[in-house]
Design a protein around this ligand. Structure first.
Ligand code: MN
Length: 277
């Protein structure tokens, strides 16, 4: 007697030879079915692979009504690069920031308001300085947690300035007022940057200069200990730096991708790759 795909066929046959042959056919059929199942399940795993990339948190800003706000270009860039983007809302405690970081594979600190000058020991310079103290507190908690976790950080625009401040550096509060002969850096102006060959940007693009977008009126002044400047604009303004575990850019590669400059996806791919290590 044996169970086959057709039922209790061996029991019905009445002949021992027939039972044996049915048995071996049934074993073969079961073996084949198992093989098909294995092939199907591995095919499913492959097809789900794109959804199993590193989990990349992205810091957010707040709307005037206090809502969580983030330009879609950030999450789109992470998705295109093979990561899973997660928007991080405002956090208010160290425990909350640590708990979030423990579940992420890397963090992007996004653009937005100016960092409170009191964080680097200065008074507000003039009326151009715009601060959100709730975001400053949230970002500082997340930055401390991220730096302590040693998980990869990609810092963009405000994020670049924030990380420099959190690591002990300072900022120009207003480039037009403080940097003589400055090129236009605000409102989406485009300008050239000169990059170090021995840097993430240098290795990715293999060139000495790049054209970048520019949406900032502040910039890194005193670099924090451990920060190595890897790109500057014609006026000397810091446009990219690297520190252990930190890649920072003053421009917006995610916005450039959205505007059709596909080459910038390679920066996100490299970062997502770091997050997956
Ligand atoms: Mn710029």
């Amino acid at each position: 007697m044996c169970w086959s795909w057709r039922g209790w066929s061996g029991f019905e046959s009445g002949s021992s030879a027939r039972v044996c042959s049915t048995l071996s056919i049934d074993i073969m059929a079961r073996h084949l079915a198992l093989q098909i199942l294995l092939v199907l399940s591995s095919a499913l795993l492959v097809s789900c692979d794109g959804a199993r990339g590193p989990l990349v948190g992205i810091s957010s800003s707040r709307s005037s009504a206090g809502g969580t706000l983030l330009a879609s270009a950030y999450s789109e860039a992470v998705s295109k690069a093979g990561g899973i983007p997660v928007v991080i809302p405002s956090v208010s405690t160290r425990e909350e920031a640590d708990a979030i970081l423990s579940r992420l594979d890397g963090v992007i600190f996004s653009g937005g308001e100016d960092v409170d000058p009191s964080w680097y020991g200065e008074e507000v310079l003039n009326e151009t300085v715009s601060i959100d103290s709730v975001r400053d507190r949230s970002d500082s908690l997340l930055a401390r947690a991220a730096l302590a976790s040693a998980k990869p950080i990609l810092a963009i625009c405000r994020g670049e300035q924030l990380l420099n401040v959190m690591m002990g550096g300072s900022l120009y509060q207003d480039i037009p007022s403080q940097v003589e002969g400055a090129v236009t850096h605000s409102h989406g102006a485009e300008h050239t940057i000169w990059i170090e060959r021995e840097s993430v940007l240098g290795r990715l693009f293999g060139v000495d200069t790049l054209r970048v977008n520019s949406y900032h009126h502040q910039a890194v002044k005193q670099t924090a200990p451990g920060v190595r400047v890897t790109a500057r604009a014609a006026d000397g303004v810091v446009e990219a730096y690297e520190a252990p575990g930190v890649w920072a850019v003053q421009f917006h590669p995610e916005k450039a991708i959205k505007a059709g400059e596909e080459k910038w996806i390679s920066l996100f791919e490299a970062f997502v790759g770091e997050c997956g290590k």
